[in-house]
Design a protein around this ligand. Structure first.
Ligand code: NAP
Length: 473
């Protein structure tokens, strides 16, 4: 069993006491009291919690002072003191009262090296090691080491740090880690990937896990949306980030199986390259030439599909466009444009494609029976204009990807960009008095909702996802 350990980092004994009370009511089963967070180390240690196991931690160079403080903590009710493996205080206190810890803030070593570190730590106390997780390779090394560590039956603490390590915290029970360190509130989290006590208690030992992979993943809004949908549905589930550099993408299927991840979204730049790694790719994803959603069945078989198409269809419906007799212009010839062209042509729309690189527009149009039109030959007359380029997105060119002259009151505009929600194209569309205009937020939420339903069998609460769009995960 893994204990939910609340990290108490407060600057006064009174604040520590208040945090303890809050953590206990949220479901804390143990405490780590960060003595180094106090403005001044108190003389009286009666603030230490007595209800549950307590770990006293104090990172400091002042070893003599630390020795005294740790001795006092142990006589005042602390169950363990946390002592780093390279400290001169190693070996000073009884092994049964020490957590001997090791941190690597830059990487995760190979599994055999992790095991060597644990062998060394366990000679001085309960072994604890935390490693920075950078992607699938590191997650697998932690997993392989955990399999061996569990066989011994001796307690240990093993943590993957960083946003990519979150799945090791959520699967702490599978890993066999005796403790999972949690923040009392989100704003008190001492490391990326650390969840709150309340969230750990809500999830229990065996939650559903879903994930997103891509590279980089810092700016994704998907965790906020999916975690809101889990909470709204009352499901013990958590959506985690698994950033994956291209070279490590082939390891993703094994990570999904080991950590029992039920499904994953795939984003830039892996939507195409992930396809050969899957057991099956469903027809809509084949047609769109991209997978944005993976389903993992209980036997570990991976199926790829594409819910961007559901997102596009939902947005088009919101604009009150009937595709079967609509004239549509798609700007762009990448993955998002391809998804739009494939679903619109299948629905019977007359689709034109324009793109900065016209050769790509011609290839895309030819594949789906659409028409390629260079930008300087475009004229008014479209029922719907879709921007499927990053033009207008923060950090990208702020050009308008189509001539402003084709924005007329009979036209609706769908800009797939969602950050910012008002783009130069949408501003120009407003000035031109177009019939309707939307940004990519509705598409993003609709594709997320569709993925959620595929993984859980439950309809996602789109309002909860929308409300969480700009919030914290
Ligand atoms: P992609 O595969 O990289 O394709 C990008 C396309 O945009 C290419 O055709 C490229 O032209 C064109 N392009 C790039 N920069 C441009 C610029 N400054 N001006 C004009 N055209 C430009 O990307 P993608 O996956 O299709 O995504 C395209 C956009 O859709 C992104 O902004 C993305 O955020 C958005 N998107 C939104 C959602 C949603 O849910 N709302 C979902 C998917 C994508 P070349 O061929 O000349 O390089």
């Amino acid at each position: 069993m893994t204990l939910i350990c609340a990290v108490i980092a407060a600057d006064t004994p009174a604040a520590a006491e208040a945090m303890k009370v809050e953590a206990l009511s949220a479901g804390a089963e143990a405490f780590e009291v960060r003595l180094d967070a106090f403005a001044e180390i108190p003389d009286d240690f009666s603030f230490l919690p007595t209800e549950k196991p307590v770990i006293a931690t104090l990172r400091s160079e002042l070893d003599e002072e630390r020795r005294e403080i740790f001795a006092k903590a142990l006589t005042s009710g602390a169950t363990y003191v946390d002592i780093e493996s390279d400290s001169v205080l190693r070996g000073v206190f009884p092994k049964s009262r020490v957590i001997c810890s090791y941190h690597d803030f830059t990487k995760t070593p190979a599994a055999w090296d992790i095991l060597r570190i644990f062998r060394d730590l366990s000679s001085s106390g309960l072994p604890k090691a935390a490693f920075m997780v950078r992607g699938p390779a590191d997650l697998l090394e932690i997993w392989k080491a955990a399999v061996v560590l569990k066989q011994s039956g001796d307690p240990f603490i093993l943590i993957g740090m960083g946003a990519a390590g979150e799945v090791t915290r959520i699967r702490a029970a599978d890993i066999g880690s005796m403790i999972s360190y949690c923040a009392v509130r989100p704003e008190f989290a001492s490391a990326p990937g650390q969840i709150t006590v309340a969230e750990a208690a809500r999830l229990g030992d065996d939650p559903i896990i879903t994930a997103i992979t891509g590279w980089p993943l810092e700016h994704t809004r998907s965790p906020q949306m999916h975690n809101a949908a889990f909470r709204a549905a009352g499901i013990q589930g958590r959506y985690v980030r698994i950033p994956s550099p291209a070279a490590e993408l082939p390891l993703l299927p094994e990570v999904l199986r080991c950590y029992r991840i039920r499904g994953a979204n795939v984003t830039i730049p892996h939507k195409q390259t992930v396809m050969p790694l899957l057991s099956e790719v469903l027809p809509e994803a084949k047609s769109a030439g991209a997978v944005n959603t993976i389903l993992v069945d209980p036997a570990g078989r991976l199926t790829g599909t594409n819910t961007d198409i559901a997102g596009i269809s939902a947005t088009i419906a919101e604009l009150r466009i009937t595709p079967s007799n609509a004239r549509v212009l798609v700007a762009g010839a990448g993955g998002a444009a391809r998804a739009a062209v494939s679903c619109l042509t299948a629905a019977g729309a007359a689709v034109s494609v324009t793109n900065r690189t016209m050769e790509k527009a011609r290839t895309l149009a030819a594949e789906f029976g659409a028409t390629a039109v260079p930008r300087d030959e475009l004229s008014a007359g479209y029922d719907l204009i879709i921007n499927a380029t990053p033009a207008g997105m923060s950090g990208f060119s702020q050009d308008i990807p189509v001539p402003v002259s084709i924005l007329t009151p009979d036209t609706a505009v769908f800009d797939m960009v969602y950050e910012p929600e008002m783009t130069p194209l949408l501003a120009a569309a407003g000035d031109a008095g177009v019939r309707a205009a939307v940004c990519g937020k509705a598409m993003l939420i609709a594709q997320a909702a569709a993925s959620f339903t595929l993984w859980t069998g439950i309809e996602a609460d789109a309002a909860a996802m929308t409300a969480a769009f700009g919030g914290s995960p």
